[in-house]
Each structure stands twice: as structure tokens, then as C-alpha cells.
Design a protein around this ligand. Structure first.
Ligand code: NAD
Ligand code: IPM
Ligand code: MN
Length: 357
């Protein structure tokens, strides 16, 4: 059976980290005889420069045809002055919305080897294993109306709309309940139901759904408290489900608990399990081109791709085991030097994972 994977390196450190994940994927493709065919495409700033659009039609068409997409990151100071609709980030958001990738899974797992690299004390984080389920195609990121308008008073006002339909909440809720059922059977829904009507409805629907999942314990938490609890006692969480913007913020916070933002992979899935896989971090313009970025979040995203879209669990685990071995060997990119390992470059880290496979 032939499957196709579209590689979208993007901007900044994107090409550097995707190159390492590419090597790893190609090696497991061969080793496990997966029959994956690889395509390349342009997105973000790279696509603006080459084709004057952050998401050229050709890229969207290739994305639609592929079984899965591996994306590096988009954005950077070069394009920050462009109008919103033409920015690199629109390329990423356009892929998410056009492919209806509404379910974003962001697992924050602390590898035991990195316990002392976490910004929290080892006893607070050791054994951490949280799954953040972030709604990805709705909420304030996509709500209409939006824009900047001229008020009668003469000043301008910027505005966005935070809205969710029942259908949107129910489908992300189901993904989260199913995930909790496969794991520790605890689901915490994070909202701002003390202030925002949209999340009052969100909470009501989560409660409704719970009747279909009597084996899963559902709790609710306001987002400000959740941000605090994540650094106070993160191990109280099993699965967290939340909207687009809260999920964006909480997942970066959770990433740091695992030692570095460079460790957090993600999967963005639609209802056909077609998926886009990317690290949770951005294009890191401050370190781009230096060969020091951590490629592990991208390599671990490739493992998630094998698991969720290509249903190759054995190959996915092989990558995860190889990553763990490399951490055992004490190899560390600069972002996780806190625990005094041996410093390696982006490429050396990728090579070490290859060797461990
Ligand atoms: P960022 O995640 O790019 O960087 C934040 C900090 O983390 C920086 O100090 C960076 O050096 C560090 N960092 C990130 N990834 C790293 C890695 N793999 N290894 C080592 N260090 C790493 O966030 P930002 O600076 O707020 O955003 C930069 C650009 O990236 C912006 O244009 C933003 O819109 C874009 N962005 C894109 C994505 C994406 O494509 N999915 C995600 C977030 C931000
Ligand atoms: C992420 C990023 C994106 C988001 C940006 C670049 C549009 O921060 O994937 O976490 O906010 O979703
Ligand atoms: Mn983000």
C-alpha cells in the first residue's frame, strides 16, 4: 500500500528541524517497509517569497492529496509588517481550516532523563504525562466578524469574535473523552465560564457528553486557575480539553515543564484521521541558521504521524525509543543544557536518533 507524506519545512528553523525528521522518517520507511512516498511543498514566508501567497493553491492541493503532512514552522520578522491576510501564519491557519484539522493533540511528557532540565523541581514534575486536546479550527482564531473599524468618535477599534457552535464543541469533546478513556480516565475541561457565554455553552456540552462516558471523570477549571495549577501541581492532570486560544497558551506553558519547548510534538487531525504534524514551537528566528535548534519535537511529531494517520504503531514506537536512547546517552541541544549533558548540534542530534534506530 502506498501512502504519501507532504513535507512543508516553512521558515526560520523549520527547514533545519524538518531535515532531521525527514532522515528519520526515510530510515523507518525503509526499515519497516512502509511504502511511504514523499512530496515537498512551500508554506508560510518561504511561499510568500516564491509564490506571493502563504498558502499557494499548489500546496493546498498537494496537502489534500496526502495522507499526512509534516510541517516545520512558519513566520519571522521579515514578514511581520504584512497585512494579516498575507502573513505566513495564514498559511498554517489556512491548512488547518481547509483540511478541517479540528483536533489538536499536544502531549506533554517528561522524559525521565530530562527531569532536572524542567523549570520545575523534579519531585513536582517527574512522571508527568499530560495530553492537551486543543480545538483548532474555531473559537476566537476564526470567529466573525473581525477586523479594525473606525468608530464615530474618530478612533479605531480592533475586534475579534469568540464563538463556538454546539457541533464544534461536541466533536472536540468526543476526541478528548475518547483520549481520556484510553489513558487515565480523567478529563479536565478548561474554560472561562464565569465570564464568557461561549464557554458556558462549552461547559454545558461537556457535561452532556459525560453521560456517554460514565467511565471518565470530568472536571471543569477556569483557565486562569489552570495556568496556575499547571506550574503548581501539573501531575493532577491527565487529559485537558480546551478552546483554540487557551490551548495555544497552555500548551507552551506545559512544554516548558518537559525541559524545553523543543520537546513538544503535536498532531492536528480531521474526522478522516488525515493529519498535519508539527512541533508546538515556532520558527525561532533568534536561533535560525545557527544549527542549534532542537529537532526532537519534530522527530516526535513524525512518530505521532506514524501512529495516528498511517497506523504504523511499531515504527512510531521505534522512533520514540530511539529518542529516549539518545537522551540516555546524555546528548542535548543547547535549549536543554540545564542538566549538563553533552552539547550537540541539530544535525548531530538527528544523526544520533538515526544511529539509535
Ligand atoms: P518560538 O516558539 O519560535 O520561539 C520562542 C523561544 O523558544 C525562542 O527563544 C526560541 O529560540 C526557542 N525555541 C523554539 N523552538 C526551539 C527549538 N526547537 N530548539 C531550541 N529553541 C527553540 O516563538 P516566537 O518567538 O513567539 O515566534 C517566532 C515566530 O514563529 C513568529 O513568527 C510566530 O508567529 C511563529 N510561530 C509559528 C508556529 C508554527 O509554525 N506552528 C508556532 C509558534 C510561533
Ligand atoms: C501554534 C502557533 C500558531 C497558533 C500560530 C503560528 C498561528 O502558535 O501552532 O501553536 O497560534 O496556533
Ligand atoms: Mn503556539
Amino acid at each position: 500500500m502506498s501512502r504519501s507524506v507532504l513535507m512543508l519545512p516553512g521558515d526560520g528553523i523549520g527547514p533545519e528541524i524538518v531535515a532531521e525528521a525527514d532522515k528519520v522518517l526515510k530510515k523507518v520507511n525503509e526499515k519497516f517497509g512502509l511504502g511511504i512516498e514523499f512530496e515537498q511543498g512551500l508554506v508560510g514566508g518561504a511561499a510568500i517569497d516564491a509564490a506571493d501567497s502563504p498558502l499557494p493553491d499548489e500546496t493546498l492541493e498537494k496537502a489534500r492529496q496526502s495522507d499526512a503532512i509534516l510541517l516545520g514552522a512558519v513566520g519571522g520578522p521579515k514578514w511581520d509588517g504584512l497585512p494579516m491576510a498575507k502573513r505566513p501564519e495564514k498559511g498554517l491557519l489556512g491548512l488547518r481550516s481547509n483540511l478541517e484539522l479540528f483536533a489538536n493533540l499536544r502531549p506533554a511528557i517528561l522524559y525521565p532523563q530530562l527531569a532536572s532540565a524542567s523549570s520545575l523541581k523534579p519531585e513536582v514534575v517527574s512522571g508527568l504525562d499530560i495530553m492537551i486536546v486543543r480545538e483548532l479550527t474555531g473559537g476566537i482564531y476564526f470567529g466573525q466578524p473581525r477586523g479594525v473599524r473606525q468608530l464615530e468618535s474618530g478612533e479605531r477599534q480592533g475586534y475579534n469574535t469568540y464563538a463556538y457552535t454546539e457541533t464544534e464543541v461536541r466533536r472536540i469533546g468526543r476526541v478528548a473523552f475518547e483520549a481520556a478513556r484510553q489513558r487515565g480516565k480523567k478529563l479536565c475541561s478548561v474554560d472561562k465560564a464565569n465570564v464568557l457565554e461561549v464557554t458556558v455553552l462549552w461547559r454545558e456540552i461537556m457535561n452532556d457528553l459525560q453521560r456517554e462516558y460514565p467511565d471518565v471523570e470530568l472536571s471543569h477549571m477556569y483557565v486562569d486557575n489552570a495556568a496556575m495549577q499547571l506550574v503548581k501541581a501539573p501531575k493532577q492532570f491527565d487529559v485537558i480539553v480546551t478552546g483554540n486560544m487557551f490551548g495555544d497558551i497552555l500548551s507552551d506553558e506545559a512544554a516548558m515543564l518537559t525541559g524545553s519547548i523543543g520537546m513538544l510534538p503535536s498532531a492536528s487531525l480531521n474526522s478522516e484521521k488525515q493529519g498535519m504534524y508539527e512541533p508546538c514551537h515556532g520558527s525561532a528566528p533568534d536561533i535560525a541558521g545557527k544549527g542549534i535548534a532542537n529537532p526532537l519535537a519534530t522527530i516526535l511529531s513524525a512518530a505521532m504521524m506514524l501512529r495516528y494517520s498511517l497506523e504504523e504503531e511499531e515504527a512510531a514506537q521505534a522512533i520514540e525509543t530511539a529518542v529516549s536512547k539518545v537522551l540516555d546517552q546524555g546528548l542535548r541541544t543547547a535549549d536543554i543544557m540545564a542538566d549538563g549533558g553533552r552539547k550537540v548540534s541539530t544535525r548531530e542530534m538527528g544523526d544520533a536518533v538515526l544511529a539509535a534506530l
